[in-house]
Ligand binder design. Structure first.
Ligand code: ATP
Ligand code: MG
Length: 412
């Protein structure tokens, strides 16, 4: 075919790729079934977004987003176990046991800006596949895959950008970051995840617009910030976080220059990344406890001198640190309980009285507190004999456990 014709086709219908191939076995069966059923009913349907991006870099996607020409009501009618959610973005959750697949209708830029009663801009104008692609944030997130003919559709050169390790935003960067400042955090997350570099233009636009993050509703902001640290590339994210001066706004401790604090944080972040790469669960409360521990510990030491006992000193130190953090970027309540428990259990590891050992072992937060103790030990915060005793004890079977306890009784 004539090169010019290919070029003009690229401009009108986007680039149709047969290669690189997508490993369909990495796509959830449920997502494939949903696509098939939409297509059987004469709707267009594709997998788009994170899943395709992750398969292209040979990672296992964690969730699947489907884009279709069917409206939310039409999707809802096709799938018994589904519900329409969202107001700003109306989309459909199709359920399969505990798994949820997000199915959204192709969207276009809204014709007229419509602000709803809650101050959020409505964003429910439906459009074509091409318009849908244009509304997405980064080129790497705008790659569509049709599992029926195995073709990829990449209107904005996302595949090349991933290959060339460049983060590229669709449209005019200034406008796109202002339209939704959360894209700043997403830019950092994807740059860290895909090892993309952020060019100087985008860097300066991000710097210029960083204060717009202050207008984002707290819960959305909290979720996005936590995703930076809980999706397997926390260490790299922190480097970018500091580069854009974001630590100051969220967790000032992340920019600490104290070498021992830095080492402690790094270890916590590295462990979190490792757990995720091993497909183990991670507890956001644990990582947040790591973030704020050095502050708690310092405040605890100070209060020990003036409090009636250690426990009171620790509790007031915890209150102090959490209240300081809440003025900067409050931690969600549900994590505060976990964090405080992990911290409060730390001094209890020192007491090797048999009754107390078993009571501690039976505590619902024991495992997290024990992992936290090991982290502290690796940073030289704990008496190594004590830490080694706990490691032996935790790894032992019940019989050996009671022998170990008897021995401590004798020594004690
Ligand atoms: P992951 O699921 O790994 O966090 P993702 O790219 O799938 O990454 P989602 O938040 O699940 O992210 O969003 C799915 C897709 O929706 C994105 O890939 C992108 O195309 C689009 N999208 C999400 N958030 C935005 C946004 N703020 N602006 C524009 N497009 C967005
Ligand atoms: Mg996704």
């Amino acid at each position: 075919m004539h090169t010019n014709l290919i070029e003009s086709l690229k401009n009108t219908v986007g680039t149709l790729f047969i290669k690189p191939k997508i490993d369909v076995s990495k796509i959830s069966k449920h997502a494939l079934e949903i696509i098939l059923s939409l297509q059987k009913n004469n709707y267009e349907a594709y997998i788009v977004g994170g899943a395709i991006r992750d398969i292209l870099i040979d990672q296992n996607p964690k969730d699947f987003d489907i884009a279709t020409s069917a409206t939310p009501e039409q999707i809802r009618k096709l799938f018994k176990k589904s519900r329409i959610i969202g107001r700003r973005f109306k989309l459909v959750h199709v359920l399969d046991g505990r798994n949820i697949i997000e199915v959204s209708t192709f969207r276009a830029k809204p014709q007229e800006r419509e602000i709803m009663a809650n101050g959020v801009e409505r964003d429910n104008a439906y459009g074509t596949l091409k318009e849908d692609a244009e509304r997405r944030d980064f080129t790497s997130n705008s790659i569509y895959f049709n599992p029926t003919n195995k073709k990829l559709i990449d209107f904005y050169g996302g595949i090349d950008d991933i290959k060339n390790k460049q983060l590229a935003i669709i449209g005019i960067p200034e406008i796109r970051f202002q339209e939704d400042p959360v894209r700043i955090l997403r830019a950092i997350r994807f740059a860290a995840k895909l090892d993309l570099s952020i060019n100087s233009d985008i860097t300066s636009i991000i710097h210029k617009n960083i204060n717009l993050l202050e207008n984002i509703p707290y819960s959305r902001l909290f979720d996005e910030v936590m995703k930076l640290f809980l999706t397997g590339h926390a260490l790299k994210s922190v480097i970018l976080f500091n580069k854009f001066n974001l630590s100051k706004k969220f967790f000032p401790v992340l920019q600490s220059t104290n070498p021992s604090t830095q080492a402690f944080l790094k270890q916590g972040l590295r462990d979190t990344d490792k757990r995720i790469h091993e497909s183990k669960s991670v507890n956001p409360g644990f990582l947040l406890a790591v973030f704020l521990w050095r502050d708690v510990n310092e405040a605890w030491e100070k209060r020990k001198k003036v409090s009636i006992n250690n426990t009171v000193a620790l509790n007031t130190a915890i209150d102090f640190v959490l209240s300081k953090q809440s003025k900067i970027f409050p931690v969600q309540k549900r994590f505060i309980v976990t964090m405080s428990e992990i911290w409060r259990l730390q001094p209890r590891f020192k007491n090797l009285n048999p009754k107390r050992i078993y009571r501690l072992l039976g505590h619902p937060r024991f495992r997290a507190a024990y992992d936290f103790l090991l982290l502290r030990n690796r940073q030289g915060e704990i008496d190594n004999d004590l830490a080694q005793w706990w490691i032996k004890f935790v790894e032992a079977d019940d019989k050996t456990k009671s022998i170990l306890i008897k021995k401590t009784k004798k020594n004690g």
